[in-house]
Design a protein around this ligand. Structure first.
Ligand SMILES: Nc1ncnc2c1ncn2[C@@H]1O[C@H](COP(=O)(O)OP(=O)(O)O)[C@@H](O)[C@H]1O
Ligand SMILES: C[C@@](O)(CCOP(=O)(O)OP(=O)(O)O)CC(=O)O
Length: 445
């Protein structure tokens, strides 16, 4: 038996731009993780089974069978149940590993509470159990399918390859590329892949791959052809950027779930159409990119400060704790410059998002979110706040001095503007795929 986990994500800079491979984005990996426990044995039957259980959801079990004598990798789910993400992952890893002998594999999935709505649940240990099917439970937007696909890819591959080493960058890239293929095939479209990249590598500055790596994959192939095809594509250098990052010590990411929700594909299609139609769009994209990169740079400056002057840094944090963002901006102490740059670049990211909102009609930072974020900025210790990812009414992400979290809780109690906000109990955990101790899941298997 082995166990692995992969993190959820928040895209704090680079929404929409990340769809285009000329732009970098900043993705934070979260402490809400998707887990998988895998066990399996070889068998001498012609038929192999891969059973995937997700006991936190009603009817959360899918059993895929395939026949070793068959000329192609065709798998069937024995009771006709659908889980496109599980199915595409099984098929992709199977065609890559091309096992010579049959096996029976069982994988149990556990997802941390942050991924789904916490209504009508029973808690067992660290996990929440829902009374509905996975497709009927509301999501919070942390990227459950990317987490699932990535952790499933890792678990299955670890069964077929007992030399799999998730500490090796080369192996991680194989996991990543396979997971991207499976995720795009299950979604029926090739997105930017930032969620799968964060699930694999952790917090990163990310630049996407060329969609042709996946779009050009041939279909209707024999087993040998399919194995060759996927092996060739997985080995290629996809040219992505996945530079590891982490938020500076003492600065916490806080996610506020907004009771509302937006439809990412609809927002994306509006923005892409606007980008084609509006002659000003390239200028606006370029200004947004500049502010994104300024944010990345200022966070990196703060990280350097932590390393080079740790004592001074502790003093700066205790100053910040007492100030709102506008008060930080009016300070003249030179040591505060990188923090002022975080505030200014975030403010520019937001104003560019508002320009796109107005010109495209896609509600990325609609007015209620503007009011909410402006109100957050008045709270002492809150450095900055944005609408993460595609924006809209899904969530807000704040960067907060770690001892000031109490100020947010107080605001929720006293200020009616925060009525629809639920502060999620998660934070950054910058590590991607990691191996876990099987013993911690035994009670739930
Ligand atoms: N814990 C889980 N167990 C089984 N399947 C899961 C789990 N979490 C996610 N999935 C799969 O991912 C799908 C949700 O994907 P999607 O709609 O893209 O949401 P998200 O934006 O969270 O990735 C589910 O319907 C299911 O197929
Ligand atoms: C617009 C985007 O660049 C970012 C969307 O980020 P979200 O984090 O909002 O994504 P979902 O979880 O799929 O809703 C589209 C993309 O990169 O695919």
């Amino acid at each position: 038996m082995k166990a692995f986990s992969a993190p959820g994500k928040a895209l704090i800079a680079g929404g929409y731009l990340v769809l285009d491979k000329q732009f970098d984005s900043y993705v934070v990996a979260l402490s809400s993780r998707m887990h998988a426990v895998v066990k399996g044995e070889d068998s001498d039957s012609i038929e192999s089974t891969i059973r995937i259980k997700s006991p936190q959801f009603l009817e959360g079990e899918w059993c895929y069978k395939y026949n070793h004598d068959s000329s192609n990798f065709r798998i069937i789910e024995i009771s006709g149940r659908k889980n496109p993400f599980a199915e595409a992952t099984v098929l992709t890893v199977l065609s890559y590993a091309n096992p010579l002998i049959s096996s029976n594999i069982s994988i149990t999935i556990f997802s941390d509470p942050g991924y789904h709505s916490q209504e009508n649940v029973i808690q067992k240990g660290q996990f929440l159990y829902h009374s509905q099917k996975i497709t009927d439970v509301a999501k919070t937007g942390l990227g459950s399918s990317a987490g699932l696909v990535t952790v499933l890819t890792t678990s299955l591959l670890s069964f077929y390859w007992n030399t799999l080493d998730i500490k090796s960058l080369e192996h991680l890239e194989i996991i990543h590329n396979l997971a991207q293929v499976a995720h795009c095939q299950a979604q029926g479209k090739v997105g930017s892949g930032f969620d799968v990249a964060a699930a694999t590598f952790g917090s990163i500055v990310y630049k996407r791959f060329d969609p042709s790596f996946i779009n050009d994959l041939a279909t209707d192939l024999t087993k040998e052809e399919q194995h060759k095809e996927i092996s060739k594509v997985v080995k290629l250098d996809w040219g992505i950027k996945n530079d590891r990052v982490a938020l500076p010590k003492g600065i916490r990411l806080v996610m506020g779930d907004i009771k509302g929700g937006s439809n990412t594909p609809k927002l994306v299609s509006k923005v892409l159409q606007w980008r084609k139609d509006d002659p000003e769009s390239e200028k606006i994209y370029s200004a947004l990119n500049e502010s994104n990169m300024k944010l990345v740079e200022s966070l990196s400056k703060i990280n350097n400060l932590v390393k080079t002057s740790p004592e001074q840094y502790t003093d700066i944090l205790s100053t910040i704790k007492e100030l709102s963002s506008s008060e930080i901006l009016s300070e003249t102490d030179l040591k505060l410059i990188p923090f002022q740059e975080v505030i200014e670049s975030t403010s520019k990211i937001r104003s560019n998002f508002r320009v796109i909102t107005e010109r495209s009609g896609a509600e990325i930072e609609p007015q209620p979110q503007t009011i909410l974020l402006d109100e957050c900025n008045k709270i002492k210790g809150v450095l900055s706040g944005v609408v993460p990812g595609a924006g809209g009414y899904d969530a807000i992400s704040l960067l907060v001095e770690e001892n000031s979290i109490g100020n947010l809780l107080k605001a929720k109690e006293t200020n009616p503007i925060f009525k629809n906000v639920e502060w999620l109990s998660l934070t950054e955990q910058d590590i991607g795929i990691q191996e876990e101790n099987v013993a911690s899941y035994i009670d739930f298997l």
